[in-house]
Design a protein around this ligand. Structure first.
Ligand SMILES: [Zn+2]
Ligand SMILES: [Zn+2]
Length: 498
């Protein structure tokens, strides 16, 4: 068995500790499971290092001081006026929280908690306003020409003559993309700018603006003593921001660039790669509505970061949940995905899909249905959590053939059953008694044989009696889940010719 990728990284880095693993996401839109890969990858390495006894910490920096780049499809037209302003300084699009950035950041922080990820959280606007970047800003402004040269050498692109590593926030219009740096004072810790809106002014290096991304990223490495950082492949291209960041970090800030972990995108089946900017996303909270958090971890952690993940939330999701619940996958990936440390969960997710549809929102009936089909129901929180997952899954992603409804009245379609099928159904009513789910399942086959009916046809006949449809969930477990007297009386009714 091969060693898990997180352990491979931990082994390579164990002698270079203590470690700080950094993650960062710009809260410019709904945070989706593609973004989640970053924190999950970091968390897996953090756990792998901790398991080896290496001192490590996990940090998350919310890039909420980045500017709004354009009018995303999910924004009202009125937000056009905010383009160019830092996300932390723009109002919440729906008025429910302090800022635009918080509106997308808060649900993400909540979902990290549900996923058992506990980083130290920093907000970029606070870091700038507190002055954490002042020295880095001074250095960048003083060594502007050296940085420009590195950017040109590494990226191959010309750097405009008026380029500055610092973006001032215009004190008049609030934008950073319209200002130009025209001077600075390391002593006063201020930067002079002019803005295309017509105003000029002086801002503090403490929150009056920020370093451009390609300088901001390496500047934070020595500030937080970052040693490991996962990032998406868009930053990893030749001449991309990691390549320039590495040179800037080493030559300007005299700090070794962190160990890079490049991760691939997660594609949602039938939708494509998820990007906040296009609005094509399934947010993490939407995902956590249908998938238990451990399973969402497992989806990501079982794959090497460089492997592209195609995620299908329809039927394959059920297999994924069962693979996790029954601990059938890679043992170390399962361990790194666990949150509560609880053991295997024996109620198959597919059976939950059956029980939830029988119970139709009645909690007691759900528990009874599970007990009748022979399952242990002591782990109530997990059961109720999964039932909630299943309800949302049925609503959003389930293919129509897994959905059913037990008919309150005998379906009219039983009129078309053959005499042999009726006879078989009568026998089933007679012999079902105290049988278990598996025994009932076998019994259906036995009776089909005895009555000379094709077993597939006989299964269909039984489904028709309950669902008015030729298909349904796994029959023995389905029948066992319902009240036995009801099952018997329905079978007897169906067996009587009209
Ligand atoms: Zn809000
Ligand atoms: Zn302005």
């Amino acid at each position: 068995m091969s060693i898990h990728w997180a352990d491979v990284i931990a082994k390579e880095l164990e002698d270079r500790g203590p470690h700080t693993i950094a993650t960062g996401i710009t809260p410019s839109g709904p945070v989706h499971i593609g973004n989640m890969r970053e924190v999950m990858t970091a968390d897996a390495v953090y756990r792998a290092l901790s398991d080896k006894g290496v001192e490590a910490r996990l940090i998350y920096i919310a890039d909420n001081f980045d500017r709004l780049r354009r009018l995303y499809p999910f924004l009202p037209e009125s937000f056009k006026e905010h383009i160019g302003k830092p996300l932390s300084e723009i109002p919440c699009p729906t008025g429910c929280c302090n800022s635009y950035a918080d509106h997308f950041l808060n649900p993400f922080l909540e979902s990290m908690e549900k996923l058992g990820i506990k980083p130290q959280v920093y907000k970029a606007d606070a870091l700038y306003k507190e002055g954490k970047f002042v020295e880095a800003i001074k250095t960048a402004l003083i060594r502007r020409d050296d940085i420009a040269r590195i950017l040109k050498e590494v990226s191959g692109r010309d750097v405009p003559d008026n380029w500055s590593p610092f973006q001032a926030i215009c004190q008049s219009c609030g934008r950073t993309n319209t200002t130009q740096v025209i001077g600075f004072s390391p002593e006063a810790e201020t930067v002079d700018y002019e803005c295309s809106c017509g105003s000029t002014g002086k801002v503090s290096m403490r929150g009056g603006g920020k370093l451009v991304w390609r300088v901001d990223w390496p500047a934070r490495w020595p500030i937080f003593r970052v040693t490991i950082e996962p990032f998406g492949k868009d930053h990893a291209t030749a001449g991309g921001s990691y390549d320039t960041g590495k040179r800037i970090s080493e030559e300007i800030y005299k700090y070794p660039a962190p160990y890079p972990i490049v991760y691939e995108w997660i594609h949602l089946k039938g939708v494509g790669a998820m990007h906040s900017s296009t609005g094509i996303v399934v947010t993490i909270n939407e995902m956590l509505d249908v998938v238990p958090p451990e399973v969402l971890r497992y989806l990501i952690i079982r794959n090497k970061p460089e492997k592209h993940i195609e995620f299908d939330p329809a039927l394959p999701l059920l297999n994924l949940v069962d693979e996790y619940d029954q601990r059938k996958g890679d043992a170390r990936a399962l361990e790194l995905s666990s949150i509560s440390g609880s053991g295997p969960f024996d109620i198959p997710f597919r059976h939950m899909v059956t029980a939830v549809q029988i119970a139709r929102g009645d909690r007691d009936l759900l528990i009874k249905a599970l007990q009748r089909s022979g399952y242990e129901t002591s782990r109530m929180d997990e059961i109720l959590g999964r039932a909630a997952n299943v309800e949302k899954w049925l609503d959003r992603y389930a293919p129509s053939f897994v959905k059913f409804q037990v008919k309150e009245q005998l379906p009219a379609a039983v009129n078309n059953l053959s005499p042999e099928e009726r006879k078989g159904i009568a026998l089933l009513a007679d012999r079902i008694n105290e049988k278990s789910a598996a025994e009932i399942h076998d019994l259906v086959y036995t009776i089909a044989k005895e009555t000379g009916t094709d077993s597939k046809k006989f299964f269909q006949a039984v489904y028709i009696a309950f669902l008015g449809d030729r298909q349904g969930p796994k029959l023995g477990w389905f029948l066992a889940s319902m009240d036995r007297e009801f099952v018997k009386s329905r079978l007897i009714q169906a067996s009587i010719p009209k």
